[in-house]
Design a protein around this ligand. Structure first.
Ligand SMILES: *Cc1c(COP(=O)(O)O)cnc(C)c1O
Length: 361
């Protein structure tokens, strides 16, 4: 049986990447060593990390005045590290769009000396849309405006990045990095846990504009962006194998034709599923059409028992990890870059069959 993995993260990786990693697993480029066994200061690994950075810069069009950091601790550590580095003694502005934004807000509130202000929220409609942000809502003295470009659980995303004046935008891009047309220049800092759309868990990518790096050291070198940047992400042992897999993923994206091509494919995949939901008399998308995510697509029947039946039957057909997040229920299809189009086509066919058998809502 073909298995399609709709997991929200850790998520599906490209088959060619896994096969390449397998072929190189025990003997990387004639070294008789696995990448896992190599010193992070060896020239072979140095090539890997430099190449990973170079490829990511090419793919995303990252300007020279931004540093690319390969860190650990997940996006969740960034929830604390960002206010700690950028906002002590200052105001930090947040947009509350759902579960992940909320976590970022509460972590920032816990940092001494950071004044957190939530400038907009979509809680009034259960986080089914992205609130509009205009320049006049933004205190121009603030350290940053934090947004979550894609809410992985709620399934909403920013279609465009707001103009907030000169205040840097800090973005949690964990679940739609490399699946959007945003411009890096529109952000002061971008961060993403790798396990959604880049590679294995354990790696966190941070892209930070150089002027935002601390001039004075903070209490912990590991948590200091400036220290990490000055050491090219090698202040301590980085997650070497995860960086290697990320490099293979970046190569795979380039071979497919780069970001434009991959976003086009993502749009096609998402449209297949949204069109099927919209045409259905059984399935509903809970999200405002203007803010639909390309990468995380929740849907429900409106009947919990029927959702449960759908999830059971889907699982038996090889559609794995389709069950919605426990806080939302229903179903959620995560269609990251590596998710094959055939998997969406088969899911849509299965949904039609299920609808025929289970009647109208
Ligand atoms: C998964 C996710 C996180 C948490 O990531 P970790 O790497 O597990 O800390 C944060 N934000 C968003 C948007 C996510 O999708």
């Amino acid at each position: 049986m073909t298995v399609y993995n709709f997991s929200a993260g850790p998520a599906v990786l490209p088959k060619p990447v896994l096969e390449k990693a397998q072929a190189e697993l025990v003997n990387y480029q004639g070294s008789e060593m696995s990448v896992m066994e190599m010193s992070h200061r060896s020239s072979l690994f140095d090539n890997i990390i430099k190449e990973a950075e170079k490829l990511l810069r090419e793919i995303m069009g990252i300007p020279d005045n931004y540093k690319v950091l390969f860190l650990q601790g997940g996006a969740s550590l960034q929830f604390s590290m960002i206010p700690l580095n950028l906002a002590v003694g200052k105001k930090a502005l947040y947009v509350n769009t759902g579960a992940w934004a909320k976590k970022a807000i509460s972590a920032a509130k816990a940092i001494d000396g950071v004044e957190v202000e939530v400038i907009a929220s979509s809680e009034d409609k259960n986080f089914t849309y992205v609130p509009e942000i205009t320049k006049d809502m933004v205190d121009q003295e603030a350290a940053y405006v934090h947004i979550t470009t894609n809410e992985t659980i709620g399934g909403i995303s920013y279609q465009t990045i707001p103009d907030v004046g000169d205040v840097p935008i800090v973005a949690d891009m964990s679940s739609n990095i490399l699946a959007n047309n945003y411009k890096v220049e529109d952000f002061g800092l971008i961060y993403a846990g790798a396990q959604k759309n880049i590679g294995p868990s354990g790696l966190t990518v941070v892209i930070i504009r150089e002027d935002l790096l601390n001039k004075e050291p903070i209490f912990s070198p590991m948590l200091d962006f400036a220290v990490q940047a000055a050491n090219d992400s090698l202040y301590n042992t980085p997650p070497t194998y995860a960086i290697y897999i990320a490099k293979l993923v970046f190569e795979w994206i380039q071979e497919l034709g780069g970001l434009q091509e991959i976003v086009k494919r993502d749009q096609e995949k998402a449209a297949l599923l949204y069109d099927a939901i919209d045409a259905s008399n059984l399935f509903i998308s809970p999200v405002d059409k203007n803010y639909r995510s390309l990468t995380n697509i929740p849907f429900v029947t409106g009947d919990e028992e029927l959702d449960k039946k759908f999830n059971q039957e889907a699982l038996a057909q090889g559609f794995q990890n389709l069950k919605g997040h426990r806080s939302v229920g229903g179903m959620r299809a995560s269609l990251y870059n590596a998710f094959p189009k055939e998997g969406v086509e088969e899911l849509v066919a299965f949904m039609k069959k299920f609808e025929d058998e289970n009647g109208e809502k």
